[in-house]
Design a protein around this ligand. Sequence first.
Ligand SMILES: [Zn+2]
Length: 230
Amino acid sequence: MDVEQLEKIANSTFERWVSLCRQEKHSLAKDEAQTLIGLCVETIGGQNEADSETKNAALELGILFRGLQDFNTVYELIKSSNYELDDAQIEKVWVLLWDCKDRVKFSKSHYANAVLNILLEKIKLLEKQIDEYAGSAIYTSAEIDCSVICSVCRADYRSCDHFAGQIYNGHLCSRTPIDLRLVNFAAVELPEDPRNRLWPWKTHEAERGDLVLENCLILRSFRLDDFLDK
Ligand SMILES: [Zn+2]
């Protein structure tokens, strides 16, 4: 497998994915994306030695198709009958929209396709609908004490030569926090991670006007390339 062959397969898979989405066959579209993800995983870590350029392309494509699957899952949830009444599903959709958006935005610089812009427009629309339903957005922001290692070489991130966001031989470099300890958390309007939204149905006023938060997400681990773990 070389990079041209991989991209050719990805292009035809993408076309089939678009066609299935147009027919609202999101479960089948997800399967279609999974086939390509499987090929990417095999290319990055399999027995058949691919060159570094092909492995890097496989990682980029794996992230893209994982984002397309997020999009399908959003539409599967939306199509379920009581979506608008189910707060738990709205929370799930919100997180998936951000997962999808982060993955598609990352991929857009490597894989140019007008369909991705349409997809991002649809996401924006869905976010607006959720904002209208849930009211003004407040988020939790956690202050964490931790050490940070490089996801490529596992050394202290400050001491290695890798750069977060760059791909090295099929591996995405990121700053990986370890030994996490929650120091503090606050409610903010401009969060680092909008996934940690403070939903109105998770807060209520108790006696004496105390504000109580229940089951609120304060830190969510998210990786663009989590498809490599499966
Ligand atoms: Zn490193």
